[in-house]
Ligand binder design. Sequence first.
Ligand code: HEC
Ligand code: HEC
Length: 349
Amino acid sequence: MLIKNAIKYLVVAATFIVAASACEVDPPIKKELPANDIRMIIPEGWPYPEYDFTGNTLTKEGFILGRKLFYDPQLSRDNSISCGSCHQQFAAFSHLDHNVSHGIDNLLGVRNAPGLFNLNWNTSFMWDGGINHIEVQPIGPITNPVEMDESIANMVTKIQNDASYTSLFNDAFGTETVTSQLIFKAIAQFQGMLVSYNSKYDLYSRGQTSLTSSEQNGLNLFMAKCNTCHTAPLFTNYEFMNNGLDTIFTDAGRATITSLASDSGTFKVPTLRNIALTRPYMHDGRFTSLDAVLNHYVSGVKNSSTLSSQVAGGIQLTTTEKADIIAFLKTLTDNTFKNDERFNDPFAP
Ligand code: HEC
Ligand code: HEC
C-alpha cells in the first residue's frame, strides 16, 4: 500500500478556466490535449485531497494511457465490457437507469454503480468502503465474475500484446513492459483528473452567479437538515451511516467488511454532487427519482438498531420545502464536467 503522505508543495491552486475544446483527433485515439491541461486540481475552499499522486506523478501521457485503458473492453474476459460501460460520462460516470450493475454476459450485480468524480478526496471506495486505495480499486471490477470476469494476468497479457499500447506505456512510464501496477497507476491518473467543481452551486459559492429564491430556500433547508451527513463542499462526510431504508438488511453494507453488528446496514454517505445525473438512487438503486428520495426522508424512514438518530422519525418537510430542496440539488449538476472532452471515450468516432 502506498503511503499517502501529502506533499503539500504539490498543491496547484485551481483556476476556473475551462479547457478550450481544442482536442485534435488522431484516429482512433484522441491524443492531443491542450497544453498544461493535465494537473492536480484542488478547488478553492476544498480540503487537501487524500490522494495527491504521490508515487504516481500525474502527466499528460499517463492520463492519456489511463483514459484508453478505462474505455478498453479488453479488460474484460470476452472483450465486451469496459469501465466506461458502467461508468458513463453523460451520467457523471454512473450507470444511468440501471438499479444494479449490469456486467459481462448480461449478469446483474448487487449494487448501484456510483458516479466517478472527486475520487481523490475519498477515504475509501465502494458503498461498503471495502477498498482503501484508488490504485488497487480496479482489481475489484476486473476480477468480479458478474462485472468483467478477467484475471489480472490475462489482462496484462492482452494489453502487452496490443501494439497500440507500446508507445503509450513508453511515453507514460518509460517502459514497454506492461504490468498490472502500471495499468492501475494510469487508470488512477485518469480517474484522479475527474474533478467536478463547476456546478451552478460552485459558481454561486464563488460569487459568480446567484440562486433563485427556491434554490436559496432549498440550500438553507439542506444546510439545516442534510448537511451533517452530506457535508459541503464534497457533499459527504465519508462516514458509514444507516439512513433508514430497511428493517432487515439483505445487504449488510459496512458490516460485510468489519463484521461489526454496529455497522450492519450502514453504507458510505454518497456525495450529492451531480445527483440529478446519477439516478437511480441508493446502494441498490431502489429509488428512481429525487422526489422518491425526499419522500423516503419525510415518511419512509424505517427503524432498526443502527438507524442514525439524525433521520429517526423522519425529516419534516412540506411539499414546497421538498420542491425547494430538489431545486437546490439540481444546482449541483456540473455540465462543464459532464461535457469535458478530455474525459470522452477515445474509441468513440
Ligand atoms: C459491471 C459494471 C461495472 C464495471 C464494468 C466497472 N464498475 Fe466500477 N462500480 C460498479 C459498481 C456497481 C460499483 C459499486 C460497487 C460496490 O459498492 O460494491 C462501482 C464502484 C466503483 C468505484 C468506487 C467509487 C466510490 O465512490 O466508492 C470506482 C472508483 C470504480 N467503480 C471504478 C471502476 C473502474 C476503474 C473500472 C474498470 C476497471 C470499473 N469501475 C468497472 C460497476 C462497474
Ligand atoms: C444520517 C445521515 C444522513 C442524512 C441526515 C441525510 N442523508 Fe441522504 N444518504 C445517507 C446515506 C447513508 C445514503 C446512502 C444510503 C444507502 O444507499 O444505503 C444517502 C443517500 C442519499 C441520496 C441518494 C444518493 C445516491 O447517489 O444514490 C440522496 C439523493 C440523499 N441521500 C439526499 C438527502 C437529503 C436531501 C437529505 C436531507 C433532507 C439527506 N439525504 C439526509 C445519509 C444521510
